[in-house]
Design a binder for this molecule. Structure first.
Ligand code: F6P
Length: 424
């Protein structure tokens, strides 16, 4: 019986809960034992302490010095005190109800059918996520391997962005070495070495940025785009009322997808994206001319969208506040800046961010069941509306190639890597 765990990692995105739900349910239906790892790779490294309540470090409220830190200074380890959602059922998969049970000190827990009931409609990730620093160290990954083996888990689904999937790729490639080290240190038995010689890993891309190569869409990107469109609708009405200009900064890290698609779907006058900076240097005239033309044909409002990773063709960052200054000084427009921030990341998933993770979660379980030591770790993607499997290493390498092309100022290459049909 395959013991299968699922974790979410990196920045949260709408649809991650639907991934967990789909993996748990598909896993159970296919005869697997299903587990959840809380707090991303951080939980994998921390594992389960055998005596969870004995450590005061686990509970900053019970620890007087921690309480002082909460009041006067820097509180640490608050994460340890989290619950799985107060009062939630946590079934251990055998129907044993553990209502409201604290999960203090337990990061790798069994999950049953009911634990994930209705999760497709919830925003963020209910099992927690983290950008784990410790998992980036060899010691962290050794602890993670030990914790998985200790719980008998032999397959894992990781849902996260490119950083998280890069971590997954490293973990899988190091697995034989990690096993040997644990065995040499006497931490695992001969039998465990035999049983866990091969770690099955599958990646699902959860990120609002839609910045992963070899897939058309990442989980959470459609919802974030939808939030941005709604925000622009609101901005448009006030902008038109006052005949103002707005500069809107949207997320996306090094990827311009959110900015570009929001501009197309809600009507922008000028868009700055990292992959294709303005063609001219300096770019101010180019932008002002375009906006002037739009005003001349009768537009009452102006919208400029700046992706957070935008820069000019010399890689100098383009900031929303500076764009505002240019619009005010050169065109005399009454201009405001809006930075959307985490509003674009949170909240209920749209329908497509329930459908995609459900289909991909089911495919992930299938891929794990079919995995052999010779098959690559797959990333589950979507291409032209079909759920796909691509080798994780290749997708990660190609994603890195886009960043490299941008850093080398080869913007045509960056665009062609994002979109093979791109033409200058
Ligand atoms: O990767 C998702 C993302 O929301 C990016 O768009 C943004 O740059 C970043 O995460 C913000 O991260 P944080 O969680 O640190 O605010």
């Amino acid at each position: 019986k395959m013991k299968l765990a699922v974790l979410t990692s990196g920045g949260d995105s709408a649809g991650m809960n639907a991934v967990v739900r789909a993996v748990v349910k598909a896993g159970i239906l296919r005869g697997c034992e299903t587990w959840i790892v809380r707090e991303g790779y951080e939980g994998l490294v921390r594992g389960n302490t055998d005596t969870p309540t004995s450590s005061t470090l686990d509970d900053p409220i019970a620890d007087p010095s921690a309480r002082q830190r909460v009041r006067g200074g820097k509180a640490t380890n608050l994460i340890e005190n989290l619950r799985f959602g107060d009062g939630d059922l946590l079934r251990d998969g055998t129907g044993d109800h553990q209502s409201g049970r604290t999960l203090k000190g337990r990061y790798i827990v069994r999950a049953g059918w009911d634990d994930v009931r209705g999760w497709f409609a919830e925003g963020g990730t209910l099992i927690g996520t983290a950008r784990s620093k410790i998992f980036r160290t060899p010691e962290g990954r050794l602890a993670a391997a030990y914790n998985l083996i200790k719980e008998g888990i032999d397959a894992i689904v990781i849902c996260g962005g490119d950083g998280s999937l890069t971590g997954a790729d490293i973990f899988r490639s190091e697995w034989p070495t990690l096993i040997n080290t644990l065995h040499a240190d006497g931490k695992i038995t001969d039998e465990q070495v035999k049983k866990h010689g091969h770690l099955r890993i599958v990646g699902l891309v959860g990120s609002i940025d839609n910045d992963m190569s070899m897939t058309d869409l990442t989980i959470g990107a459609p919802t974030a785009l939808h939030r941005i469109c709604e925000a622009i609708d609101s901005i448009n009405s006030t902008a038109a009322s006052h005949s103002r200009a707005f500069v809107l900064e949207v997320m996306g890290r090094h990827c311009g997808w959110l900015a570009l698609l929001a501009g197309v779907s809600a009507g922008a006058d000028f868009i700055f994206i990292p992959e294709r900076p303005p063609q001219t240097d300096p770019w101010e005239d180019e932008m002002c001319e375009a906006i002037y033309r739009h005003r001349e044909v009768g537009k009452r409002k102006t919208l400029v969208i700046v992706a957070e990773g935008a820069h000019d063709c010399n890689l100098k960052p383009i900031r929303a506040e500076y764009v505002k200054e240019v619009l005010t000084d050169r065109l005399g427009l009454d201009t405001r800046v809006t930075t959307l921030g985490h509003i674009q990341r949170g909240g209920r998933p749209c329908a497509f961010d329930r459908i995609l993770p459900t289909l991909q979660g089911i495919e992930a379980v299938k891929a794990l069941l079919e995995a052999t030591p010779d098959t690559p770790s797959y990333m589950i993607g979507v291409r032209e509306n079909k759920i796909t499997r691509v080798p994780l290493v290749e997708a990660v390498a190609m994603t890195r190639a886009v960043a490299d092309a941008i850093a080398a100022k080869d913007f045509t290459k960056a665009m062609s890597l994002r979109d093979p049909e791109f033409q200058q």
